[in-house]
Design a protein around this ligand. Structure first.
Ligand SMILES: Nc1ncnc2c1ncn2[C@@H]1O[C@H](COP(=O)(O)OP(=O)(O)O)[C@@H](O)[C@H]1O
Ligand SMILES: [Mg+2]
Length: 384
C-alpha cells in the first residue's frame, strides 16, 4: 500500500493562461496545490490557484523563485528561458517535461530536424537563416515559411503560393517547407509517463478557417477511416519516443490526399485540441499531464461521447472588459459545456473561452457547435 501526505505535490506552473487554469482545476481535484508564474496579476490560472508569482517567463530570478516554492515545475507555454530551467534541473529541481525537450521543441528547426533524422515523416524542409527571393525560388513554391522561435497561433507562419507572395516573408531566422495540400489536419494527444509508458487520446480533426489560421471547430473523434486513426496514434507514439519527454504533448499532423500522415509540429504541453477531454473522456488531458509529471499511473484515455469544440474568440474591433451575449440561448441547448477563462480584457481574436458540445452523434454535435458559435459573442466595453 502506498501512502502520500496531502497535498500530493506542489505544482509550479510557468504561464497563467487558459491551459494553466484548467490544469490548476485538475490539480485541486487530484489533491495537489499550485503556484503560477505569469506577468499579468490575477492571470486566468493565478485566480484559481490562489497563489501567483507576478513575473516574466524569461526572468531567471522569478523562475528560480517558482521552482523553490514547489515540488515539480511544469509549463503551459513554450516561450520560456530554458537556460535557467536547465540550470535548475541540474541543481535537483524537478522540471517536467525536461527543459532539454522544451529547448529542442521550441525551435521549430531543431524540432523538425530531430524528427526527420529519426525517420518521422514531415514535409520536406530546409533551414532559412536569412530569407532571399533566390533561395525561396530555388526551393520552389508553394511553400510555407516558419519562424524558428516565438510563433504561436499562426503568428510565425507565412504561406506562399507563388513567387509573388515573397512579400509576405518573415524577416527572421526560419525554415521553409513544402506546402502540404492536406485532406485534413489531425492532432493526437499523447501522455508519456515517468516510466516511458505512452497513452494516446483518439485522433481529433482540426478544421481551420481557410487562410486565417483560426481553429474553427474541433471534432472528436476525427472523421477518418479506422486504419488512418490507428496510424495517427502510432505516429504520435513514435514521435514521443524520439522526443522522450514526460507529460502531455500535442502532435499535429496532416493527412494528405494520398492517405499519408506527416507530422506538422509538436506542442510540449497540453493542447487546444484536447479541451473536449474534460467532458468527453475518462481522464482529461490536464489530469493526465499531472499524473504523468507527479509519477502516478496514467489514466484511461477512452472517449465516452463524441464531441465538437469551438474556441470563443474576442470579436474584431472590441477591447476592454469583456461582455458576453447569447449565453442563455446557448446554454439552453442540451450538451453545451461552457468554459470562460476569466481574462480581464478582450482583444480581437483573443481566446476568451471555449465550448464543448457533447452528443451521441458527431454530426449533431457539430451542428449544435455551429449554432452556439452564431449565438455567443464576446464583445468589449471599449468599442469605438
Ligand atoms: N507545410 C504546410 N502545408 C500546408 N499548410 C501548413 C503547413 N505548415 C503549416 N500549415 C498551416 O498553418 C497552420 C499553422 O502552422 P503551425 O506550424 O502549426 O504553426 P503554429 O505554431 O502557429 O500552430 C497549420 O495548422 C496549417 O493549417
Ligand atoms: Mg500548430
Amino acid at each position: 500500500m502506498d501512502a502520500y501526505p496531502l497535498p500530493l505535490a506542489r505544482i509550479g506552473i510557468i504561464g497563467g493562461g487558459q491551459l494553466g487554469r484548467m490544469m490548476v482545476k485538475a490539480a485541486k481535484r487530484l489533491g495537489c496545490t499550485c503556484v503560477v508564474l505569469d506577468p499579468t496579476p490575477s492571470s486566468p490560472a493565478g485566480q484559481v490557484a490562489g497563489h501567483q508569482i507576478v513575473g516574466n517567463y524569461h526572468d531567471p530570478a522569478k523562475l528560480r523563485e517558482l521552482a523553490a516554492s514547489c515540488d515539480i515545475t511544469t509549463f503551459d507555454i513554450e516561450d520560456i528561458d530554458t537556460e535557467t530551467l536547465i540550470q535548475l534541473e541540474h541543481e535537483g529541481h524537478r522540471v517536467r517535461p525536461s527543459p532539454r525537450v522544451l529547448a529542442l521543441v521550441q525551435d521549430k528547426l531543431t524540432q523538425k530536424q530531430t524528427l526527420a533524422d529519426a525517420g518521422i515523416a514531415t514535409a520536406p524542409f530546409i533551414p532559412m537563416p536569412e530569407p532571399s527571393p533566390e533561395a525561396f525560388a530555388a526551393f520552389g513554391y508553394p511553400l510555407v515559411q516558419k519562424a524558428r522561435r516565438g510563433g504561436y497561433d499562426g503568428r510565425g507562419v507565412s504561406i506562399m503560393k507563388t513567387a509573388a507572395d515573397y512579400r509576405l516573408r518573415l524577416p527572421v531566422p526560419s525554415l521553409i517547407e513544402r506546402f502540404v495540400p492536406a485532406e485534413k489536419e489531425l492532432a493526437v494527444l499523447v501522455a508519456r509517463g515517468l516510466d516511458g509508458d505512452c497513452r494516446c487520446y483518439p485522433a481529433v480533426e482540426m478544421c481551420f478557417r481557410p487562410g486565417a489560421n483560426i481553429l474553427e471547430m474541433l471534432l472528436a473523434p476525427a472523421g477518418i477511416a479506422d486504419d488512418s486513426a490507428a496510424a495517427a496514434v502510432d505516429l504520435a507514439v513514435r514521435t514521443l519516443e524520439v522526443l522522450g519527454g514526460v507529460g502531455v504533448f500535442g502532435v499535429e499532423m496532416f493527412l494528405t490526399r494520398d492517405g499519408d500522415l506527416l507530422v506538422n509540429e509538436v506542442a510540449p504541453r497540453t493542447h487546444n485540441s484536447g479541451h473536449h477531454t474534460i467532458e468527453a473522456n475518462v481522464t482529461d488531458q490536464f489530469e493526465q499531464h499531472l499524473r504523468a509529471i507527479v509519477g502516478l499511473p496514467l489514466g484511461s484515455t477512452a472517449q465516452l461521447s463524441p464531441a465538437a469544440m469551438i474556441n470563443l474568440l474576442g470579436a474584431p474591433g472590441h477591447r476592454g472588459r469583456p461582455v458576453i451575449s447569447g449565453i442563455a440561448e446557448a446554454l439552453a441547448i442540451p450538451g453545451v459545456c461552457l468554459h470562460l477563462y476569466g481574462k480581464a480584457a478582450t482583444a480581437p481574436f483573443r481566446k476568451m473561452g471555449h465550448v464543448t458540445v457533447l452528443d451521441t452523434d458527431i454530426e449533431a454535435a457539430r451542428h449544435k457547435a455551429e449554432r452556439v458559435r452564431g449565438l455567443l459573442e464576446i464583445s468589449g466595453e471599449n468599442h469605438p
